[in-house]
Design a protein around this ligand. Structure first.
Ligand code: ZN
Length: 92
């Protein structure tokens, strides 16, 4: 998927570099987010918020929801606010 725009713009050097920049940004974002995810899981979810995450590692559940689902709400709320900041151009 990422290689298709690169192939289309091979003859145009400026578009080629722009495409490379976008690919580098996407790759860098992926790598940084993987590091943040690893850190969050190891030191936050298995740290001071273990009380919410513990049932995720247990094989039996009493209901269809887990306490661990709270993280979904926390992370989606922060992403929702990030989207609002972008949408309303707060930082321009
Ligand atoms: Zn875990």
């Amino acid at each position: 998927m990422l290689i298709l725009p690169l192939i289309k713009n091979l003859k145009k050097k400026t578009n080629f570099m722009t495409t490379l920049n976008y690919m580098a940004i996407a790759l860098l974002t992926f790598l940084v987010m993987e590091c943040i995810t690893w850190f969050t899981h190891k030191y936050v979810m298995h740290g001071f918020l273990w009380v919410l995450h513990k049932d995720h590692h247990q094989p039996k559940y009493n209901s269809i929801f887990e306490k661990n689902d709270t993280f979904f709400l926390v992370f989606s709320y922060s992403q929702y606010n990030a989207f609002l900041l972008w949408f309303f151009s707060v930082f321009k």
